[in-house]
Design a protein around this ligand. Structure first.
Ligand code: SF4
Length: 296
């Protein structure tokens, strides 16, 4: 693994109310090798060269400790917005595990997005953090179809294994749900997939399933994605370019109907799917250290 140096690790989030109530962002790695054909982190906006090669931020933990020890507001720190924190390098280098130890030591909360079962290695730390502050885990799954998932996310474990990760986390008392994003027009935007995703999420004990029922296609991401669509689904190529080429957002043609179906199915299984409700729900599970402190 190649290393890069960093001057800062945590950045204050201004979108907490819109995205899982997070207070700080953090990326310990640059790039990701899971190969998802729709990955938004490939965008040139993030200035990551050779995205498929992972680089570790060599001084990340040292800087993180300085930052955590100097912040009074012990909010929720988000891992994995630009790179999966349990990518293939994490097993050996343990940057994510090291950061979780520091988060536990300084009493912060944590929000993790991942597609990997390596997160189960860190159950001890997640449970310890959970006693002091808020924890929310989002396991990212976009289809229940294993063959399709292998095509779209070539180096990721199967959907079934990911659902089993949800089950294990839930059994250990960790607040966990499914991130069903993106939804790919003409590929995963069908009723059958939406229904089976929600049913499966319910069966394994997810507290929520969240989707935006569409995808973002910023320039570099779009070029990469259209190239993959050309290779994998040549018959879709003309529709994609004709309908979405000029847009940054690619929503399914039946967006409204599918969203309605999604909400109805979630209601039927009593799964949360509204961002505001998810935030309220997970933040009340454990009394926040900040609230406890304000009592004195
Ligand atoms: S796991 Fe996440 S960061 Fe990695 S390639 Fe897939 S979408 Fe991108």
């Amino acid at each position: 693994m190649e290393y890069v140096k960093t001057r800062t690790i945590m950045t204050k989030s201004d979108q907490g109310n819109h995205w899982f109530g997070i207070d700080y962002h953090m990326n310990l790695y640059r790039g990701c090798s899971f190969g998802c054909i729709y990955c938004d982190s490939r965008s040139e906006a993030y200035h990551i060269k050779n995205f498929d090669e992972i680089k570790g931020k060599v001084n990340a933990l040292e800087i993180l400790e300085e930052e955590l020890s100097s912040k009074h507001f012990k909010g929720v720190v988000s891992f994995g917005t630009l790179s999966d924190p349990y990518n293939v390098m994490e097993e050996k280098y343990e940057f994510t595990r090291g950061a979780l130890k520091l988060i536990e030591k300084y009493g912060f909360g944590v929000s993790i997005d991942t597609k990997s079962d390596l997160i189960l290695r860190d159950l001890d730390l997640l449970s310890a953090i959970n006693k002091k502050n808020n924890v929310i885990i989002k396991i990212s799954i976009i289809t229940t179809d294993a063959t399709l998932a292998k095509t779209l996310e070539p180096h990721v474990i199967s959907p079934e294994k990911r659902f089993q990760v949800v089950k294990r986390l839930k059994e250990k008392g960790i607040y966990v749900g499914v991130l069903m994003t993106p939804v790919l027009p003409f590929v995963t935007d069908n009723e059958e997939n939406i229904k089976s995703m929600i049913k499966k999420a319910h069966e394994v004990g997810a507290r929520f399933i969240y989707t935006k029922m569409g995808m973002t296609l910023r320039r570099t991401v779009a070029e990469y994605y259209y190239e993959k669509i050309d290779q994998l689904y040549p018959e879709l190529s003309r529709d994609y370019r004709g309908i979405y080429e000029k847009s940054l957002i690619a929503n399914p043609l039946r967006y409204k109907d599918l969203l309605e179906l999604f909400v109805n199915e979630c209601n039927q299984y009593q799964l949360l799917c509204d961002m505001g409700e998810i935030i309220k729900d997970y933040k009340r599970v454990v009394p926040k250290m900040n609230e406890q402190i304000s009592l004195f």
